[in-house]
Write a protein that binds this ligand. Structure first.
Ligand SMILES: CC(C)(COP(=O)(O)OP(=O)(O)OC[C@H]1O[C@@H](n2cnc3c(N)ncnc32)[C@H](O)[C@@H]1OP(=O)(O)O)[C@@H](O)C(=O)NCCC(=O)NCCS
Length: 210
């Protein structure tokens, strides 16, 4: 575990102040294999975050080192029953097939993304972000998707009580995704040491990652 990690939950209204650091952090976290995400994807990530920050149950947690450098992030939101075709749960449901339609995804919490920069990995930052994101979630179950070939991610989630539910492939893609689900204890998520969790205020603004 890193000694000097602090967790911050930016308010939706102040999320834009984190755009630059989030973009860089995303590039680092998802820039390597198997993701190999480019700068463009980081731009889409930041735009999606801002668009979804007003969504029901939206939550984001950031991990900072003692120099206020962004080491990682986790975010998610409640899955409401929107039938908008661009909703990720609608895309996943479609890919899973009609017999799975709506099963478990709506009315649950979607863990949308979790990423840690390579230099801070394997020291517990991902676990802190995971637990802090799920702590206090009102839904009694959660789901996420990841690439089936993302070995570190799949092991990480497996070791944190996520169940592999179904492998699927999106049309036109050459790699498989994996749907994982997890029950949240009494709807409250895992316990977390809240002493390390600060709520950001307008006075707390990011510094540029180095
Ligand atoms: C998955 C990820 C968030 C974990 O972050 P982290 O800070 O390293 O997490 P922790 O230090 O708390 O735990 C590391 C875990 O990953 C596992 N792990 C790390 N590298 C691994 C590898 N090459 N193969 C298998 N498992 C691996 C370790 O076993 C460890 O699990 P354990 O504590 O249960 O033993 C990080 O690897 C990452 O950002 N990866 C790229 C982005 C990504 O895949 N995100 C998840 C999909 S949205």
């Amino acid at each position: 575990m890193l000694d000097s990690v602090s967790l911050v939950r930016p308010r939706s209204g102040s999320l834009h102040t984190w755009s630059g650091p989030l973009r860089l952090c995303y590039c680092e976290a998802f820039g390597g294999p198997p993701w190999n995400e480019a700068e463009q994807a980081a731009g889409r990530f930041v735009a999606e975050l801002e668009a979804r920050s007003a969504a029901t149950g939206f939550r984001i947690v950031l991990a900072l080192d003692d120099g206020q450098r962004l080491l990682g992030f986790s975010w998610g939101a409640s899955t409401v029953g929107s039938s908008e075709p661009e909703c990720w749960h609608a895309v996943v449901t479609e890919a899973l097939g009609p017999e799975m339609a709506g099963r478990g995804l709506v009315g649950a919490f979607e863990l949308a993304e979790l990423g840690v920069v390579p230099s801070a990995r394997n020291r517990g930052v991902g676990s802190l972000l995971h637990d802090a994101l799920l702590a206090g979630v009102v839904e009694d179950r959660a789901w996420l998707t990841t690439r089936a070939d993302a070995a570190a991610a799949v092991t990480f989630y497996r070791n944190r009580d996520w169940q592999e539910f179904q492998e699927f492939r999106l049309p036109g893609r050459t790699t498989n995704n994996l749907l994982l689900t997890r029950r949240l204890r009494e709807g409250s998520g895992p316990s977390v040491n809240w002493r390390t969790l600060k709520t950001s205020t307008s006075s707390l603004s990011p510094t540029s990652p180095t």
